[in-house]
Design a binder for this molecule. Sequence first.
Ligand SMILES: C[S@@+](CC[C@H](N)C(=O)[O-])C[C@H]1O[C@@H](n2cnc3c(N)ncnc32)[C@H](O)[C@@H]1O
Length: 198
Amino acid sequence: MRDINLAKKVFEEIYKDYDGYQLSSTDKANLGITSSDFVYGEISFDGFINLLSKVNPNQEDIFYDLGSGLGKPCLAISLVYKIKKAIGFELLPSLLKASQEVASKAKNYFSDLNEIEFRKEDYLKADFSDGTIIFAHITCLPDEEVKILEKKFLKLNKGARIIVITKRLENSQDLKIIDEGEVRMNWGIATYRIYQRI
Ligand SMILES: C[S@@+](CC[C@H](N)C(=O)[O-])C[C@H]1O[C@@H](n2cnc3c(N)ncnc32)[C@H](O)[C@@H]1O
């Protein structure tokens, strides 16, 4: 694990010229997107690192961010923890491009940074079944789409941890809730729930 203060400094430095909210609105206006799935919101570095401390990321972990925006969760986990790989799915082109730029800037700070990849893919259709830590910042996702994700979470390997913002999944034999509480995002305080594939 790297020094958190140093990681936070690098995080703030590499993001200082990017405004994800602006990029998201421009993309949505250009593409005529109005649905609630695309409501934008970002993590705060401190809140997210606090959440990650509850799932103990390690070198075997493959992290997926479902709807990666400017890429902050993938960058934050990679700057602080040593994991195998971080992958984000994002459909909006300017956000995707900006996240890819930021990931390449981060390599100038830490040459041993794990692989970080941002893909133009729909997370409702993408294969993330090899993921061991999944982050779903899905505050505004319609319930029928949460159900689609829930089915995909059941395909994860046993032991996988899923961090869900705002929404509640069905607590079952296969997907157990292990923690819940409140976390600061950069848009306010949100409820989080952490599930484990059993
Ligand atoms: C609430 S933001 C979260 C951004 C980032 N994960 C964070 O927490 O800082 C959700 C993102 O998901 C993207 N998105 C929405 N539906 C998507 C889909 N079906 N596939 C991929 N990305 C999607 C949106 O464009 C937006 O950037």
